[in-house]
Design a protein around this ligand. Structure first.
Ligand code: ADP
Ligand code: ZN
Length: 738
């Protein structure tokens, strides 16, 4: 008789599969993508079936012990995507597949929530039974009366309300009066909210044109990528909604990716308003049970749309027609643990594999995506106007050097920002001040001996937090009490320099004594609800000036905010990263998008020490293309992305010499096999040498042939004999090189 064979990937990072025999009684359930239990070494392990080959080159195969999952967890094309990710992102196949499933599904530790329900048995003569019970078993009579009104009840509720115990119900089951059934109860993250349904809006002519560009791609059978470059408020979301509706009409499914920070109740509401219960939502605030159920809705084909952050990209749909990646430029789409994938880039690959159209939307395209429209890989679609014809906010740059010279010392708030703030406060409007650094001061220094407080575990200065009177390391989180004397020379002359949100708050409170001021950063947002509470207070007008880090920069709509202050634009501009300019441009435009969404035109004041920087001058006109043009030629000359791909190899260990020595050896191995056209830097200490007590060294490779290099590095990594204490990590297309 023919033997059934399954190729299984076990949950170890071995980067290989094993063949097993499928016992006859499991053949039906042992499908591709299902989780099975297999004997492995002296024990047993879980694994996924990744293939059902006709024969195996190995003999004496062991047999699968059990099929663990109720149904297949990973459709074939997703397994293929996992393979691609392993290859591209230089990780093991198992690590990549691991990333395709939410932990709750992968672990199979929790199951569906079931509850017992009690029903009155049909066709019984209730009147007779009641009369009989009233005298002989009054407690059973109470149960019957309770059930008569509602026919059925959850067992727990029934027991609680009637005071009956389990034995009462048991004997009633025996007598054939009631029956008890176990039912699945879905844990819904929405249960309490009711949906206000919305109808498709009449599209503006610009929106209509973009919609048609997308539908043309959908009708053509998919596989294309459309980049919507549309200013904030140009109605991108409405276009997404109508494109999704078009897919549903064709019997297809859709995925919408939104940055975690923008995955607010308002956003979810917009999708539920249009599509109701056809939506499943996946985000980090779900309980494990909710996440399990939301994911199962997709896997069982009960919903057609998945909305979520990064990992929603792996929703196990089988008829995928469309993937939307909103705010495609967001770096939070990049995962910073293995597999270190970028959800936008993997979305494009999934679209190709499954013939789905991929729509990328943003007001500030990433250089990579915009470049792809230039070379004809992506279709470019533009939305240049706000839907309500509202003017874009007016931006102005203030030169803080002048301010410092005029007053003899550096200022936190410029005269211009102060006077505009006075005006809007008088008019009863609101302002937002933005600075992407929390804390009070970034350096604590003794004016006498020059001592600077530095973290012992990391090569960075402590940040001073005044309210808490603490020094906090922003790398490892270590905390110590802020000293009132220099720990070295015991002098009391301590100077705090470098600006953080806490200091801005102090300056704002001092300048605008009657204004209601609130600060929003991860220091003040300590409870789960504080974010929502502060935003609600701001929305209803209980706060006049909201100061914050990037937490306040994105996706929030407050019609009464007419002024935005960017306190220190140089902070992002001077980051040691070739994307510093690009990031600053994005930040300015996004933050500016918060101003003037109501009837009044918004104003944005950008404070800087480099007022003539092209990033600032192009952001003033909201002109992405001008900025792109000014920057792209230097990217080309320096062979930086989008003209190349990068691959960062990091080595970390508790002994500096070991880490750098390992890096040198590794580099020699790579150098001998470096694909043509690829370049490699010497081994260098990372910009922050010591983090959490470990020394970091790195090598950066760049060029076009990233996949070949990735394969070579994976091979070298598997063979290399590094000291045990040194850990290597590889990041393909890195977004942080610190
Ligand atoms: P974006 O996502 O581009 O920032 P939104 O989709 O949030 O823009 O749209 C901004 C506002 O305009 C929303 O309140 C939306 O409901 C509204 N809107 C979008 N399209 C239309 C339309 N065709 N007609 C009327 N209002 C629209
Ligand atoms: Zn530290």
């Amino acid at each position: 008789m023919k033997q059934h064979i399954a190729r299984v990937m076990v949950n170890l990072s071995l980067d290989r599969t094993f063949d097993y025999v499928v016992p006859n009684d499991l053949v039906k359930d042992a499908t591709i993508g299902s989780m099975v239990r297999v004997p492995f070494g002296n024990s047993s392990r879980n694994g996924f079936i990744v293939g059902l080959p006709n024969f195996s080159k190995f003999d004496k195969l062991k047999a699968i012990q059990a099929v663990v999952s109720e149904r297949a967890l990973l459709p074939g094309p997703l397994l293929k995507l996992g393979e691609w990710m392993a290859d591209y992102y230089c990780c093991s196949h198992e690590q990549a597949v691991h990333g395709l499933l939410p932990a709750v599904v992968r672990d199979q530790k929790i199951g569906k929530k079931k509850r017992k329900k009690v029903y009155l048995v049909d066709d019984i003569d209730l009147a007779d039974i009641l009369i009989a019970l009233e005298t002989r078993a009054p407690r059973q009579a109470v149960v019957v009366k309770f059930l008569v009104q509602r026919r059925s009840s959850a067992l727990s509720r029934l027991l609680k309300t009637t005071g009956a115990d389990h034995s009462v119900i048991k004997s009633m089951v025996k007598k054939g009066i009631v029956r008890v059934e176990e039912e699945v109860q879905e844990r819904s993250p929405f249960s309490t909210e009711k949906i206000v349904r919305t109808q498709p809006l009449d599209l503006t002519s610009e929106q209509q044109a973009v919609f048609e560009q997308i539908t043309k791609c959908i009708d053509a059978g998919g596989g294309e990528v459309v980049l919507i470059s549309g200013v904030t408020g140009s109605g991108k979301t409405e276009v997404y909604l109508q494109a999704i509706a078009k897919c549903l009409d064709r019997g297809q499914e859709a995925i919408v990716l939104v940055p975690e920070i923008a995955l607010t109740p308002q956003t979810i509401e917009r999708f539920r308003g249009r599509f109701g219960d056809e939506i499943s939502v996946l985000h980090s605030h779900l309980s494990a049970g909710e996440r399990f159920d939301e994911w199962n809705k997709i896997n069982e084909g009960r919903v057609k749309i998945a909305v979520g952050a990064r990992s929603a990209l792996f929703a196990p749909f089988q008829q995928l027609g469309l993937i939307v990646v909103d705010e495609e430029h967001e770096t939070s789409y990049k995962q910073d643990s293995v597999p270190r994938y970028h959800a936008r880039d993997v979305a494009v690959v999934r679209g190709k594999f499954e013939n789905a159209v991929v729509v990328l939307g943003t007001a500030t395209p990433s250089f990579e995506s915009y470049y792809n429209t230039r070379v004809g890989k992506y279709v470019l679609a533009r939305l240049t106007k706000r839907v309500d014809e509202q003017k874009m906010p007016r931006m102005e740059v203030v030169d803080m050097c002048n301010e410092a010279m005029a007053s003899g010392r550096p200022q936190i708030l410029s005269k211009r920002l102060i006077s505009l703030t006075r005006n809007i406060l008088e008019a009863g409007e609101q302002a937002m001040f933005f600075l992407n650094r929390r804390g009070y001061a970034t350096q604590m220094q003794c004016t006498k001996c020059g001592y600077v407080a530095e973290c012992e575990e990391c090569s960075v200065n402590y940040t001073y937090h005044r309210k808490a009177e603490q020094l906090i390391c922003h790398i490892c989180g270590s905390v110590r009490r802020a000293p009132d004397k220099c720990p070295e020379c015991k002098d009391a002359g301590i100077r705090y320099s470098g600006l953080g949100t806490e200091k801005v708050e102090a300056a704002v409170r001092k300048t605008f004594r009657n204004a209601r001021v609130h600060r929003m950063d991860s220091d003040t947002m300590t409870r789960k609800e504080s974010y929502k509470e502060v935003l609600t207070a701001f929305r209803v007008g209980e706060i006049d000036i909201l100061i914050g880090t990037q937490m306040i920069a994105k996706g929030l709509h407050f019609p009464n905010v007419t002024l935005v202050g960017i306190i220190f634009a140089d902070l992002t501009l001077n980051m040691p990263d070739f994307r510093a300019g690009e990031r600053t441009f994005q930040l300015l435009v996004q933050v500016a998008g918060r101003a003037g969404r109501g009837d009044v035109q918004g104003r944005v004041v950008v404070q800087t020490y480099t007022p003539h920087h092209t990033v600032l001058t192009s952001a003033l006109n909201h002109d992405f293309e001008a900025y792109y043009e000014s920057e792209i030629s230097s990217r080309m000359q320096l062979e930086l992305p989008p003209y190349s791909h990068m691959l960062l190899i990091q080595f970390k260990g508790p002994e500096e010499a070991e880490a750098s020595g390992a890096a040198d050896l590794f580099r020699t191995d790579v150098a001998s096999r470096l694909p043509e056209g690829m370049k490699m830097t010497p081994v260098r200490p990372s910009p922050i040498l010591k983090k959490r007590g470990l020394f970091h060294y790195q090598i950066l490779c760049y060029g076009k042939r990233i996949v070949s290099l990735s394969r070579i590095i994976k091979e070298i990594k598997s063979k290399s004999k590094l000291p045990k204490s040194v850990v290597i990590s590889v990041d393909v297309d890195p977004y942080s090189m610190i």
